[in-house]
Design a protein around this ligand. Sequence first.
Ligand SMILES: [Zn+2]
Length: 279
Amino acid sequence: MIFILGIDALDYELVDKLNLDSLKQLEYSKTVVPIHKKFGIPLSPEVWASFLTGKYTPKHFEKPQNFKRFLFKLNRSLKIDFSKGILEKIKLQYYKYFTVSNRFGKLNKKTFLDITQSMEINVPFYSFDNKTFDIGHLFGKGELSLEKTVKGIKLIYESRKKQIFNELDNSGNEDVVFAFMHTADMLSHYAFLRRSEIELHYIDLNNYVSALKLKLADFFDEVIFIIVSDHGFDFDKGTHSMKGFYSSNTHLIPKPENITDFYGIILELVNKNKELYRS
Ligand SMILES: [Zn+2]
């Protein structure tokens, strides 16, 4: 079975610096991801769509008029929330896209999940529950303080960890399971100035991955465990950095260089596993 843990914004440099073995696994590397033409940084909906379909899948934004009005309002509320000098460190660029495409939206192409025996847990374009974006909206509207927003993101993280564990109780026949977490990205956006907070989150993710592997061993004989991230994070600037991340507990062949390479690699692994099972 191939288990994929998608961790939005998991940063290669920070995993490397903290030397987190469960996140690094047997092999780990940066990956090339699409850079959004207008915003000049990788945007999650575009990168995850490309990952799932194996093809560069650009994200188009709808209703630019509403979006401008909204930005104006958001800018005003941010100024209130960040009155203690943090504002200049926050890039509004980020809010531009996530407030417009507050859901990942629809995907009109087939993904590797559609053509395999698969299970998805809170995956973009599938059952992603939008909670992290909703909390960002409440912050943007001035209804939640920065403190409460950060606390809320952490609560979502805790429930997500449990959700993945619980949903695995219903698994057993899958060739592929893809579970997704968006909380590292959101925590990075809102708390990037508190480096120790971010580092603790990474350490917790590292521990979670080792617990998750033990849990998976109860249900599956052999698990190829792949961690994928859509981009890193520049903690000085408070925005996405340009490269993705992956790690694997087995050597992947060929070694993925671009985020779109995983599609073929995953399907190949599924076929190989099926042949092994048959013989
Ligand atoms: Zn982000």
